[in-house]
Design a protein around this ligand. Structure first.
Ligand code: PAF
Length: 285
C-alpha cells in the first residue's frame, strides 16, 4: 500500500494508474476505522478499481461546540487495518494541506441539508459537501463509496454529483451493526458500558417501528411517537430528532405509501449517535 499526506504526490500516483487504464475508487473517511469502513473497502474491491482511502478529520463539518478536537484518531492502527484489507493508496492530509488558506468557497446542497442532522448541526453538510467535493477534484474517482448509516450524507453527495455533472458513481453501502444491533460508529468508543447497553434502544426501536409498519400502521406520526416513547421510557437518551421522511428525497411524509427513511439522533451523555432504517410498505421479503 502506498501512503501519502501530499495532494501533489497523490495526484501523480493517480495519473500513472489512470494512464494504465485503471479505474479509481474513493472511500472518504475520518479514520478510527471499524468494520463499517471495511465493508466499504470490500464493496470497492468487488469493482476491481484502484482503491484510494482518505483519512481526514474535517474541521469544516464540526460546529464550534462539537467534538472536533476530541474526535478519536489512531492513524497507525488505521493504516495497518486498511493495508491488510487491501486498500491500494492511503491519503491522510493535514489540515494545512487541505486548507492552506481560510476557506471562502463552499459547496451547499440546498433543501436536503435543511432537515434531520442538517437542522440540528447548522453548517455540517456544507462542510461535508465542500470537503468531499475537494476530495473528488483531487482524486478524480470513477466510483465513491459511502455508508448508509449517514443516509442523509449519502443523499446529499448523490445530489451534488448529479447537480454538478460529476462523472462519479456514488455507491451506498448498508449499515454494519455489532452482534447486538448497535450500528458501528467511531463515536461508540466514547460510550460507557452502561450507555452502550442503553444505546441498543436505537436499533430496537427502529425494528419495532418496522414491525408496526408491517402490521399495517401507515401513520408517520404514530411511528415517530412510538419510537420516541420507547427511547424516553427505556433509556436516559436525550432525543435530538426522530423522523419519518421519504427515502428518495427526505421530503415530509404523513401517510406512508412509498419507501421511507426512519432516522434518529439521540445523545447519551455527550455522545450523539445516529441510526436509521429504510422501510418499505410492501417489502419483497
Ligand atoms: O462520513 C464521514 O466520515 C465524513 O463525513 C466524510 C464523508 C469523510 C467527509 O469528511
Amino acid at each position: 500500500m502506498k501512503r501519502t499526506s501530499h495532494i501533489s504526490e497523490l495526484r501523480e500516483i493517480i495519473a500513472i494508474e489512470k494512464s494504465r487504464g485503471r479505474r479509481i475508487a474513493l472511500i472518504p473517511t475520518m479514520g478510527y476505522l471499524h468494520r463499517g469502513h471495511l465493508a466499504l473497502v470490500e464493496q470497492a474491491k468487488q469493482r476491481g478499481a484502484l482503491i484510494v482511502l482518505s483519512i481526514f478529520v474535517n474541521p469544516l463539518q464540526f460546529g464550534p461546540n462539537e467534538d472536533y478536537t476530541s474526535y478519536p484518531r489512531d492513524l497507525e492502527k488505521d493504516a495497518h487495518l486498511v493495508e491488510t484489507a487491501g486498500v491500494d493508496v492511503l491519503f491522510h492530509p493535514t489540515s494545512e494541506e487541505m486548507y492552506p488558506l481560510p476557506m471562502v468557497t463552499y459547496v451547499e446542497v440546498g433543501q436536503l441539508d435543511a432537515v434531520l442532522c442538517g437542522a440540528n448541526r447548522p453548517g455540517h453538510f456544507r462542510g461535508v459537501a465542500t470537503v468531499v467535493s475537494k476530495l473528488f477534484h483531487i482524486v478524480q474517482p470513477d466510483l465513491a463509496f459511502f455508508g448508509q448509516k449517514d443516509y442523509q450524507q449519502y443523499l446529499i453527495i448523490r445530489r451534488m454529483v448529479g447537480d454538478l455533472n460529476l462523472p462519479i458513481e456514488v455507491c451506498p453501502v448498508p449499515i454494519v451493526r455489532d452482534f447486538d444491533g448497535l450500528a458501528l460508529s467511531s463515536r461508540n468508543v466514547f460510550l460507557t458500558s452502561e450507555q452502550r447497553q442503553e444505546a441498543l434502544i436505537l436499533s430496537q426501536s427502529l425494528n419495532e417501528a418496522e414491525k408496526l409498519l408491517r402490521a399495517g400502521e401507515r401513520s408517520a406520526r404514530v411511528l415517530e411517537t412510538r419510537i420516541k416513547e420507547k427511547i424516553t421510557n427505556e433509556s436516559q437518551g436525550v432525543i435530538d430528532y426522530v423522523e419519518v421522511r421519504e427515502a428518495q428525497n427526505l421530503s415530509e411524509v404523513t401517510r406512508i405509501e412509498n419507501p421511507v427513511l426512519v432516522a434518529l439522533a439521540v445523545r447519551f451523555g455527550s455522545t450523539r449517535l445516529i441510526d436509521n432504517k429504510v422501510m418499505e410498505v410492501n417489502p419483497l421479503v
